[in-house]
Design a protein around this ligand. Structure first.
Ligand code: FUB
Length: 307
């Protein structure tokens, strides 16, 4: 029986409670979604909010991955990555993003560094989108002592990675100060200086996507957080602020988005604290709504739906 139990735990399991509607995952709290489209499926990478009821602080030790080929039925895969997989890290499976390059999947993830005070960004790599992922560098890619412009220990968080049509990869990240740098083709070294971008009320959670020749930079705005966005004709800016994309995330003081195209539609994937009975800022849940553009390339506001 023990062997059978192990086998079933090791296999990906379709979720019994995977119902149409928001939140999309209801048996666990999930936060900070990043999404990847690969091989006819959408993969959602999320932090696991593990804070017990009434504990008002983040308890996040691992990340989770879910896949779907129809955006309705989600399959949970075995835990793909944990803080403890980064031997140099000590806590906090905060936000990140996974991207594919040359058949490898790279996960840029925020953690608390074990010996350099503050948050850091590590890179994990896998041969398959669902993992398992392992530390790609044996050390952090970004540490809090590399930049000094924000006097907080959590300003080097929330990596978002983007590969442009010419093959150049970029890493965007930050809290309070938004930074970006080129990545070398090996995806684990910066290729040039760290640059800064000024955007109104930038808090955290940058996400880059491209549509019809425009680069879009969406981000968490103010605190409690709404989602705002800017756009540019160049990845290097200048960025034109375009306004609010999504309102405060019900019952959560953070909002954190990913934007993808899948099977002819665009989607806005985010979290809120609406899952009952204990949802809130430290027990968040991933939601998905369709994202629509106006004729001029601006984006319509996303209003949370329950269907
Ligand atoms: O989940 C921990 C942190 O809260 C993330 O890194 C931020 O984006 C915010 O959602």
């Amino acid at each position: 029986i023990a062997a059978l139990f192990k086998l079933s735990a090791a296999l990906a399991m379709p979720l019994n409670d995977s119902l149409p509607g928001n939140p999309i995952i209801r048996h666990k709290y999930t936060a900070d979604p990043a999404a990847l489209v690969h091989g006819g499926k959408v993969y959602i990478y999320a932090g696991h909010d593990e804070a017990p009821e009434r504990q008002e602080r983040y308890v996040m030790n691992q990340w989770l991955v879910f896949s779907s080929s129809d955006m309705v039925n989600w399959t949970e895969h075995p835990v793909p990555l944990k803080v403890s997989d980064f031997k140099w890290a000590k806590a906090d499976a905060w936000a990140g993003q996974v991207i594919e390059r040359d058949g490898k999947f790279y996960w840029y993830a925020t953690v608390e560094h074990g010996s350099i005070p503050g948050k850091a960004i590590g890179v994990a790599v896998a041969d398959r989108p669902e993992g398992p992922f392992k530390d790609a560098m044996g050390k952090a890619l970004i540490t809090n002592d590399m930049t000094t412009d924000a006097k907080i220990s959590w300003d080097d968080i929330d990596p978002s990675v983007f590969i442009d049509d010419d093959g150049q990869a970029y890493l965007f990240w930050g809290n309070t100060v938004l930074k970006y740098a080129k990545l070398k083709p090996n995806m684990i070294e910066l290729d040039g200086p760290i640059n800064r971008i000024q955007l109104p009320n930038f808090t955290e959670a940058p996400w880059i996507h491209k549509n019809k020749g425009w680069y879009y930079l969406s981000y968490a705005y103010q605190f409690p957080e709404k989602t705002a966005y800017a756009r540019s004709r160049s990845i290097n800016g200048p960025w034109q602020y375009m306004g609010i994309l999504n309102e405060l995330a019900g019952n959560s003081n953070t909002n954190h988005q990913a934007i993808i195209d899948f099977k002819g539609k665009s989607y806005f994937i985010y979290h809120n604290g609406a899952l009952q009975p204990h949802g809130g800022s430290f027990r968040r849940s991933v939601c998905i709504d369709e994202l629509k553009y106006n004729k001029d390339g601006s984006i319509k506001r996303v209003v949370m739906t329950s269907e």
